[in-house]
Design a protein around this ligand. Structure first.
Ligand SMILES: [Zn+2]
Length: 189
């Protein structure tokens, strides 16, 4: 019997194999569900396959979780997303302006890769259109965050106190964004 059984048993595909000076093998499921395998030099393909086979359930579960979120992302055209993002986010901004009494100068959307929002010295607020892909409470968190920068420019204790006055559970949403943000920033080019 050859080694082919390993390959046929393994329905897990390696998307990227990186050999380097490291001592151990590591498996990573990237935000786009790709499987990245890092190995030391001189490790046989069979050994790598055996490790993957052992971790098969974990890998497939992670990939499934990511892919479950993806179809939703592909249903609309880019222009529809832009319009939807604009109307949804501006409604939330206006809602929080009414409840806090804060006033911004100009509202705009951005296509930034990493920033979810910004607030300029002159009071212009900008939001990442990819926010349309996140749950509404998380959009609200980003909105409250940027609006609070109209009052406090930095991320001092005072700033977070102000945020928590409007949104006592903001940490939950901040955590969600930190954990899922990278995946989302790879969507909607
Ligand atoms: Zn900030």
């Amino acid at each position: 019997m050859g080694l082919n059984w390993f390959y046929s048993l393994n329905d897990v595909k390696i998307d990227k194999l990186i050999a380097s000076k490291r001592k151990t093998i590591s498996l990573e499921v990237a935000p786009d569900a790709a499987l990245i395998v890092r190995t030391p030099h001189n490790v046989s393909r069979t050994y790598i396959q055996s490790i993957i086979f052992k971790k098969r359930n974990w890998i497939l579960k992670k990939q499934r979780e990511i892919r479950q979120r993806m179809p939703l992302i592909q249903q609309y055209s880019v222009a529809e997303y832009w319009e939807q993002a604009c109307s949804t986010i501006i409604k939330r901004v206006d809602h929080y302006c009414v409840t806090t009494g804060l006033k911004y100068r100009k509202f705009s959307l951005s296509r930034a890769r990493r920033r979810w929002g910004s607030c300029s010295q002159s009071g212009n607020v900008r939001f990442n259109w990819r926010l349309i892909l996140v749950p509404l409470p998380v959009i609200d968190y980003v909105v409250v965050h940027e609006l609070m920068h109209l009052v406090v420019k930095n991320h001092s204790k005072k700033f977070w106190r102000k945020v928590s006055e409007i949104m006592p559970n903001y940490r939950v949403h901040r955590k969600w964004l930190r954990e899922n943000g990278q995946l989302l920033s790879n969507q909607l080019n």
